[in-house]
Design a protein around this ligand. Structure first.
Ligand code: PMV
Length: 335
């Protein structure tokens, strides 16, 4: 028996942390968000995904971090592969292997890096030569935040205005070397609860029930403009308060969602308070907190203040581990 052609590629993509959060989908079928978002792509951490298409495979096989994926996680990968197969006009089955070089419970969403890597690997394996913009446009169907992980440095995912979503993709604002002294301390808190509601559903509950959702949407274009300018000028004094204001706005939306979405633990809240008091005592904002739909915290600071900020946060009980990260490069094909 002769074997059919095998088509294989490997792609690596990084996670990102949102400075302006994506939270709410306007058009589910086209994966168009209500608002644009801004993020920093992080260095050192990677999802590495290999996709091999093979006409002889009838049912997709998906392996995530060494274990066979089943149920929801497998389904979302298969649905994404279907989209790529349709683009390439093929019906081959696939074998997907994906590994993160960081623990899944590390406080960093692996959906962004994972789907950006899957988009890169699956399209390359089928010989689709997509531009970064096209890859970003595709990756958002796996996970919204994946649209931003295609690029390195400081990234804006524009919601766009076209009903068909063709102008809904991320673009790099500034490269990874734009602001090398910017540090992201990732604080892993002990006893973080396992997510009860998937982000995809949680954000739609916020759209439907939070009384402050509409006000947040109205505020965002102005906040995004100011954040873009502060990043451009490497102006931490302006950026840090805006990042915290945005995080507070996101948290307010979550907490006023019915049923309420409460992602933080006592330790997470103690970190928020400690960052505020560090800034008060310094007489200027030397640190900024942010968090996603989870209990772990990201605290931005500058290289010269890292020791001081770490020392202060290190006194708090309940922090398991701290990772020191920087802006990093975007996704790339490795094989
Ligand atoms: O990309 P998703 O569907 O996992 O949602 C991401 C939601 C947040 O992490 C809370 C915000 C963001 O923009 O990353």
């Amino acid at each position: 028996m002769t074997r059919g052609p095998t088509l294989e590629a490997t792609y690596e993509a990084p996670p990102n942390i949102a400075l302006v959060k994506y939270w709410g989908v306007r058009d589910r079928a086209r994966a168009i968000p209500y608002n644009s978002s801004v993020s920093v792509t992080l260095d050192r951490l990677r999802s590495r995904t290999t996709v091999r298409f093979d006409p002889e495979i009838s049912t997709d096989r998906v392996e995530l971090n060494g274990a066979t994926a089943t149920g929801g996680p497998r389904e979302s990968v298969v649905r994404f592969l279907d989209r790529v197969r349709e683009l390439a006009h093929v019906t081959y089955g696939a074998e997907v292997r994906s590994e993160n070089n960081f623990p899944t419970a590390s406080g960093l969403a692996s959906s962004a890096s994972g789907f950006a890597a899957l988009a890169g690997a699956a399209t390359a394996a089928l010989g689709l030569r997509l531009s970064g913009r096209e890859l970003s446009r595709l990756a958002r169907f796996g996970s919204g935040s994946a649209a931003r992980s295609v690029f390195g440095g400081f990234v804006e995912w524009r919601a766009g205005v076209k009903p068909d979503g063709s102008d809904c993709y991320a673009r790099p604002l500034y490269g990874p070397d734009h602001w090398p002294s910017l540090v992201d301390l990732v604080l892993i808190v002990k006893g973080a609860p396992v997510k009860q509601v998937r982000s995809e559903e949680a954000m739609q509950a916020s759209v439907a029930t939070s009384p402050v959702y509409a006000r947040r949407l109205a505020e965002l274009p102005g906040r995004i403009r100011k954040i873009r300018t502060a990043i451009g000028e490497r102006d931490a004094r302006r950026l840090f308060p805006l990042v915290m204001e945005e995080c507070d706005s996101f948290r307010e939306v979550c907490e006023t969602t019915r049923p309420s979405l409460d992602y933080l633990t006592t330790t997470s809240r103690a970190i928020l308070a400690e960052v505020r008091s560090v800034n008060r005592e310094a007489g200027r904002p030397i640190a900024a907190y942010t968090h996603d739909a989870g209990a772990h915290l990201h605290v931005f600071t500058l290289g010269r203040d890292v020791t001081k900020v770490r020392r202060r946060l290190g006194r708090l009980p309940g922090i398991e581990r701290t990772a020191v990260l920087h802006p990093g490069p975007g996704g790339r094909q490795v094989r």
